[in-house]
Design a protein around this ligand. Sequence first.
Ligand code: KIV
Ligand code: ZN
Length: 506
Amino acid sequence: MRVIKIFDTTLRDGEQAPGCSMNLSEKIEVAKRLEKLGVDIIEAGFPASSSADFDSVKAVSAAVKDSVTACLCRCIEKDIDAGREALAAAVRPRIHIFLAASPVHMEYKLKMTKEQVLNQAVESVKYAKKFCGDIEFSAEDAFRSDPDFICKIFAEVINAGALTVNFPDTVGYAMPEEFGRRIRYVKEHTSGIEKACLSVHCHNDLGLAAANSLAAVLNGADQVECTVNGIGERAGNASLEEIVMSLKTRRDYFDADTKIDTTQIYSASRIVSQVTGVKLHPNKAVVGDNAFAHEAGIHQHGVMVNRETYEIMTPQSIGIPQSSIVLGRHSGRHAFEKRLNELHITLDDETFEKVFTQFKDLADKKKTISDRDIEALVLDNTVSVPETWKLDHWAVNTGSALGASGVIRLQHKDGKHEKFVSMGDGPLDSIFKAINKIIGREPELELYELGAITGGSSSQGESFVKIAFNGRRWNGRGVSTDVIESSIKAYLSAVNAMEYELGIRG
Ligand code: KIV
Ligand code: ZN
């Protein structure tokens, strides 16, 4: 049986999509979950694109031990230099370089001839090869390129030292049967291809990214590039969970599988959704809330008699925890630890103690604690940065006849307390303005969302904010039984992420 490599680009192609940005600590946490999931390659970012990307590739390189850590570079020496520097700590580094090869990209974007593109691709691979043994070359917009030109570039970059050649459908234009045929053509007409790994990278503009990737596997592709939950530019990238579960569920058809531990899929999907704030459609294949729900009576009856009547894969196979215990005020350490295991969450001893104490506090306020409550507590303690500002106390005054006013007292990490009162357009506006006065910056609030972690009036409020300052963005989450407090916590956590990163990098 063939083993298809999974190249995950959640932290690069996924993260560069609008609304999907992640902070440094969030990227490190996602990278750790990807490694646990067993992806072969983690693409951590595009170091030359910004100092934030450079830092995250550096940090992910240091955190990841088993998977290959890759970073994207244009065919420019300074990009490759930034890439190798950012990857310096990686145990298994890969430099991924790309250059467009389609007529429209060459003429209008690059203003280069075919000969120039070929020459630059080869020279860049040779340059990168001096610093890194593992080089991947991507011919951007390969599907809309002349197939023989692609075969020629691939043959020459393989000759120059590329170990992987990647064939992207950058704009999601291909149809599955057509894409499969093209991959077969490339496999049969590229000299030296047997020495390299043939990869595909599909976008989902027509909803066919997973289908096209799978058609490529049937026709000889050895590696598939994808993202968790299918996040990515425009309609997204091919979704990791759809490809992996298709290969697993239909092993009989593909005669191929992956090294992914599928029981980690659900927790990887949850963390990506939580840190980006991008919620999944309930019908999203494999990981949507309804993916395993049977509503119609006839289906429910069938599943009760024999699951296979309407279920082609089990929720357990992707790691959806099966409720065995209800957690509440009387639950002890042992029950809590068991539930964390069922949720595929591993914590070091110190973090476990913190989360457990917070769990007990929460259980005093709420009758039952849901998995989502636990996830929120864990996230708070794993992707958080050192707090520059801590919430001390707050109060708001609001009503239909009066404007709103808020007062907040924060404690700085140096120990001093600062208090400010502000008027505003509603309670949150007044409090956020007061916070801005204390911190001495005015970040723009780009997104504010408030939801309930679970249904019912005893649910905790969960707030999510995105703030922007000097062209950079930070996310923040906050959870509380009081929705104003959850919003303040979310805003402060974004502010702390901002202060921390500005403190490191200025
Ligand atoms: O979609 C694309 O072509 C890419 C390449 C840079 C691999 O993301
Ligand atoms: Zn892409």
